[in-house]
Design a protein around this ligand. Structure first.
Ligand code: BG6
Ligand code: MG
Length: 216
């Protein structure tokens, strides 16, 4: 019986992928990497800031020390935070608020499981905080998805066993992480068919059979 649903943040609750892309693109251009594309950006979904940086650097030939990489990641984050200042409730994806409200009315606990260290800022700017019981994010963990840590921490914070939680994800790394945590998953987003999640839906406007999902 599912007692909690743990939502990924970027691409599931809010639309931030374009902002991540813009910030990484700016950094890439500064490093003379001109062919960083949206396809490369897809490989950054669900993985940590430092791993995302490696995706950018793999497109160039320059070698950086670990200390230099930290500076580059911090620089990208400063561009991203600048873009996040524009974020508002408009970035909340369709039917997210209705879905969170419906689940809470059924007595389901709501968690967020995201590797983003900007999760608190994003939840604040999009006014989603009040719909969420517990947040597990990049500030709570040492290992990024596909490691299950972020979801296990979320379950612990919610006071639930892993098999009482359902994960909603839009990234392959996130679905692998959910499986590794022993949780069932609902895959959403443009690549929902390729995620190999237990359940699939393009978005929250789709006909999701929550009764079945919550019974599992
Ligand atoms: C994930 C995104 O949610 O957060 C990744 O899908 C991103 O693309 C990761 O790299 C880390 O985000 P942040 O905000 O900590 O740099
Ligand atoms: Mg995501």
């Amino acid at each position: 019986m599912i007692k909690g649903v743990i939502f990924d943040l970027d691409g599931v609750l809010v639309s931030t992928d374009e902002l991540h892309y813009k910030a990484w693109k700016q950094l890439a251009l500064e490093l003379d990497i001109t062919d960083f594309t949206k396809e490369d950006n897809q490989r950054q979904k669900g993985v940590s800031r430092m791993e995302s940086l490696e995706v950018v650097l793999s497109k160039g030939s320059r070698i950086f020390t670990d200390a230099e990489k930290l500076v580059l990641a911090e620089r990208k984050n400063s561009y991203y935070i600048e873009l996040l200042q524009e974020l508002s409730t408009e970035a909340v994806l369709p039917r997210v608020v209705e879905t969170l409200t419906m689940l809470r009315e059924r007595g389901i606990l709501i968690g967020v499981g995201s590797v983003s260290k900007n999760t608190p800022l994003i939840l604040k700017r999009t006014q989603l905080e009040s719909y969420i019981d517990k947040v597990s994010c990049g500030l709570d963990i040492t290992r990024s998805k596909p490691d299950p840590e972020v979801f296990v921490v979320a379950a612990n914070k919610l006071g639930l066993e892993v098999d009482e939680c359902l994960v909603v994800e839009d990234s392959a790394a996130g679905v692998v992480a959910a499986k590794a945590a022993g949780m069932r998953s609902l895959g959403v987003g443009p690549e929902y068919k390729e995620l190999e999640a237990d359940y699939e839906a393009l978005n929250f406007n789709s006909n999701i059979h929550w009764d079945n999902l919550l019974k599992a």
